[in-house]
Design a protein around this ligand. Structure first.
Ligand SMILES: [Zn+2]
Length: 199
């Protein structure tokens, strides 16, 4: 039998399911919450519920949004002739942080991986092709991760986009090979952007 009260044990178990949260951290967080003011805990619980109830996927770029279109797609000052293709919405946050990109995005929702049985139908490749045919594009920047799966995805998408005639470019080398864009620092990311090369 556990030494801890069942509700406390349950919170520890739930927190422990989060990425990079081990048993010890989960325990520390649960005790912290137990001692925090009730309002604060209620606000946290509500924020978590809102995350699932109120967040949708942008109709245009598949970024997370509270309305039909995300804040980037709604922004009239963005350059609508350029699309930066990323694997996950979290990557978009990294590019926005650099502040140097003013175009739109396309969130694939993953990368091709024969090992994990993820094919073109499992990522938003067709949706990208549809956008390329619909919008007045001058460039598509492939900003998938600099690892095996990200490279394979970039090659696939470049071939897929070839018949559309739109310029397709890939982020410059210099990004840590095998890495993840989510953990790349802003300056490296900005340089990779500026030094992108055409396919
Ligand atoms: Zn959007």
């Amino acid at each position: 039998m556990s030494l801890l009260a069942a509700p406390l044990e349950r919170v520890i178990a739930e927190l422990g399911k989060l990425p990079s949260v081990g048993r010890k951290t989960a325990q520390r967080l649960a005790f912290h919450l137990l001692q925090a003011p009730a309002d604060e805990v209620r606000d946290l619980a509500q924020a978590l519920l809102d995350l699932k109830d109120r967040i949708k996927v942008c109709e245009e770029c598949f970024n997370y949004a509270e309305e039909e279109r995300c804040p980037v797609c709604q922004d009239a000052r963005r350059d609508r002739s350029v699309i930066c293709v990323v694997e996950e919405a979290v990557n978009l946050v990294s590019f926005e942080r650099t502040g140097s990109y003013r175009g739109l995005y396309h969130v694939l929702g993953g990368a091709l991986s024969p090992l994990r049985d993820i094919g073109p139908g499992d990522i938003r490749a067709q949706e990208l092709l549809d956008r390329a045919g619909r919008e007045e594009l001058t460039e598509v920047i492939l900003a998938t991760n600099p690892n095996v799966e990200g490279e394979a995805t970039a090659v696939y998408l470049a071939r897929m986009l070839q018949p559309t005639g739109v310029k397709v470019s890939r982020l410059a080398q210099g990004l840590p090979a095998g890495g993840d864009l989510e953990f790349t620092d802003d300056l490296t990311l900005q340089r990779a952007f500026e030094g992108r090369r055409e396919y």
